[in-house]
Design a protein around this ligand. Structure first.
Ligand code: ATP
Ligand code: 3PG
Length: 395
């Protein structure tokens, strides 16, 4: 994988695939970490006289134009952080994109509209993705892969486009891979992975492979309820991945046979509904009332998880322990974050929302060895999987 320093970019149109998938409240960006992380590569290209065409996704609009997922607010923030104008295209490969890109002078930056407004971006059909990648390729002469958070996606802009243009990895991708490689090569033990969050179906899949690598797996957040259900417990209205209950039963058996400690919540904050002010009570994780929804791990679980982190030498954490965006349900995430900050271990936090949670809770970013921009991407890297976006850059 070569870096951007090895590309001759002056006067050339360089397509930068970034991960600008930031949390939004309406049009307000609630955490701009991923935009900040994308700035150094873009700035370097600007300084070297490239005509920079940035592209990214936001949310999961599933191939149709969805105004609430427009990158317009991101474009404004990117311009502020760069201290440069950013020409925003109102579409991805249409007339607006073509004219914005054609108008770029050396050292200028454009941002295309959300890649996922186009069905070709995420299509499972290679030909459909390829056709869309051809249109993206027509916008540039060189490709830079810098969207680490999305390198696990076999999407047109991540996987097919670098096959069509001379390419290099951006500085963010190189830095992320360097840190994560340390975790895959002989990590100091005990090696503990903490999983939470809401992308349950995506991330349950990684557990099978992680079980052969870690000593301990702590499961909280929206992930935990499928485990509790698979043990036969009622989980009420909590997040549940019904179709993966059997698979999860298999994980419990495999963890036991491998001697991996799989630690689940023993209590949860069970709310009457999903909301910042929803009334809630602390209940045993084995007795969640049918009309309640688990929105955070409870106080006994916080202590349990902290004790399981106390002797760790290596920790990877992805996914908040609860709905940390609501103050009342942020305590579990805070407890895990604080346990990591006070730990001597090599600690890596990964994921858009996980990193945002660390910042929102006011924890010192330098309290962690590394804060990664990728959640699912980091997990799949740690599993030892070949990630499409990295494989394409290596070719
Ligand atoms: N018990 C729960 N019920 C519902 N949502 C939850 C629960 N616990 C955590 N969440 C939500 O999970 C979301 C984050 O999950 P996610 O899996 O996307 O993590 P991430 O760090 O952003 O990783 P990635 O970068 O892969 O997206 C947060 O918005 C949080 O509110
Ligand atoms: O938030 C993330 O993990 C990345 O931006 C990828 O988003 P996705 O899970 O919707 O593909």
């Amino acid at each position: 994988m070569i870096g951007i320093d090895e590309l001759d970019v002056k006067g050339r149109r360089v397509f930068v695939r970034a991960d600008l998938n930031v949390p939004l409240d309406g049009e307000t960006i609630t955490d701009d970490g991923r935009i900040r992380a994308s700035v150094p590569t873009i700035r370097k290209l600007v300084e070297r006289g490239a005509r920079v065409v940035v592209a990214a996704h936001l949310g999961r609009p599933k191939g149709s134009v969805t105004p609430k997922y427009s990158l317009a607010p991101v474009s404004r923030r990117l311009a502020e952080l760069l201290g440069e104008d950013v020409a925003f295209a109102a579409d991805v490969v249409g007339e607006s994109a073509q004219s914005v890109v054609a108008g770029l002078q050396d050292g200028q930056v454009a941002l295309l509209e959300n890649l996922r407004f186009e069905p070709g971006e995420e299509s499972k059909d290679d030909a459909v993705r390829g056709e869309f990648a051809d249109k993206l390729a027509a916008l540039a002469e060189l490709y830079v892969g810098d969207g680490f958070g999305a390198v696990h996606r076999k999407h047109a802009s991540v996987y097919d486009l670098p096959k069509r243009l001379p390419h290099a990895a951006g500085d963010l991708v190189l830095a992320e891979v360097e840190v994560l490689r340390k975790l895959t090569e002989d990590p100091a033990r005990p090696y503990v992975v903490v999983l939470g969050g809401a992308k349950v179906s995506d991330k349950l899949g990684v557990i099978a492979n992680l079980l052969s690598k870690v000593d301990r797996l702590l499961v909280g957040g929206g992930m935990a309820y499928t485990f509790l259900k698979s043990q036969g417990h009622e989980v009420g209205k909590s997040l549940l991945q019904e179709d993966q209950i059997d698979q999860v039963k298999g994980f419990l058996d495999e963890a036991a046979s491998r001697g991996v400690e799989l630690v689940l919540p023993v209590d949860v904050l069970a709310a009457t509904e999903f909301g910042a002010d929803a009334p809630y009570e602390v209940v045993d994780a084995t007795a969640i009332p049918a009309d309640r929804e688990g929105l955070d791990i409870g106080p006994r679980t916080r202590e349990l998880f902290a004790s399981k982190l106390a002797d760790a030498q290596t920790v990877f954490w992805n996914g908040p322990m609860g709905v940390f965006e609501f103050e009342a349900f942020s305590g579990g995430t805070r407890a895990v974050a604080e346990a990591l900050v006070s730990s001597e271990a090599f600690t890596v936090v990964g994921g858009g929302d996980s990193a945002a949670a660390v910042r929102k809770l006011g924890l010192p970013e330098d309290g962690f060895s590394h804060i990664s921009t990728g959640g699912g991407a980091s997990l799949e890297y740690l599993e030892g999987k070949t990630l499409p976006g990295l494989a394409a850059l290596e070719e």
